[in-house]
Ligand binder design. Structure first.
Ligand SMILES: [Zn+2]
Length: 73
């Protein structure tokens, strides 16, 4: 597999911010979760919360972005 590199920096497909190596190709766990949620929402019914979400929630620390403000509506 070969991946195109743009100055060694990938952009998050969700919000188009620079991707974080820990969450690539996403910029954060939140965006990774959002992408996963979008994916699942098309085919599956998923619970509103998971055990893993709590970690991202703590990291947000009040600097959270409401989902309604995300570019895909
Ligand atoms: Zn992002």
């Amino acid at each position: 597999m070969s991946e195109p590199r743009r100055n060694g920096q990938e952009l998050c497909p969700i919000c188009h911010k620079p991707a974080d190596p820990r969450y690539r190709p996403f910029c954060s766990k939140r965006c990774a979760d959002v992408d996963l949620g979008r994916w699942f929402s098309g085919s599956y019914a998923i619970p509103a919360e998971t055990d893993e979400v709590s970690d991202a929630d703590a990291d947000a620390d009040g600097n959270d972005t409401p989902e309604k403000n995300l570019p895909w509506g």
